[in-house]
Design a protein. Sequence first.
Length: 244
Amino acid sequence: MKNRILTIFRNGKVFILFLILISDPNYCYSQTSDEWQNDLRSLQQIVYTKYQNLFYNISAENWDKEVDKLYSGIPGMNNNEIVAGFVKLVALFHIGHTRINLGPLQNADSKIQLHSYPVQFYKFIDGIYVIRADKKYKDAIGGKVLSIGNMEVEKALEAIRSLVHCENEQGFNSASMNFLTISEFLKIQGIADNDDTVTLTYLKNGNEETVVLKSEINSVHMTHTGLNTPEDWVDARKPGSIPL
């Protein structure tokens, strides 16, 4: 096998957990079910030999059961579904900064690609709002999200919960906003019918509006900080300096 490295971020530091996928995503584009299964067993082995302290929100026995379920399902899954399966396995540890780095798959050079919708959501106390978006969707900025695809927004949140790395609801509310924009995950979780477009319904100025978003392969807008607005995007905040 080629030297493929998937990185998992833990507590602000990068740990190399097992050989697979991320540094050479084009290799796994054509790998077989057996190779995916071997990678899964490699993850399982290295977790046990180097990172046993991950098991304090889920027992090793229950985690192994989920590993075995994914292992059995891999022959009938496509690449995106398998990637989602790995993401879910790591999310089961429920440690906020322990996650799979998906960045290299949000890159035009990758043959396995995760696309995203060019909007950014934020969960406020009274609901989820569009706070930034590509200028072609500027009318949605400031809108309170009512539904995404086939689901009301709160049901969509629950549908992607299994993918989200978090250890409490505050962490979930933050990290989940990114997952709501990844088109392949929305399709896999039944939120959308395809991974090319999704219908977004929102409330703005007392009016219910609908827009069809088109997915893109561009990782620039996947940043969570909100400190930089990508080119050709519009921000709900007024222009000016950002306070420290």
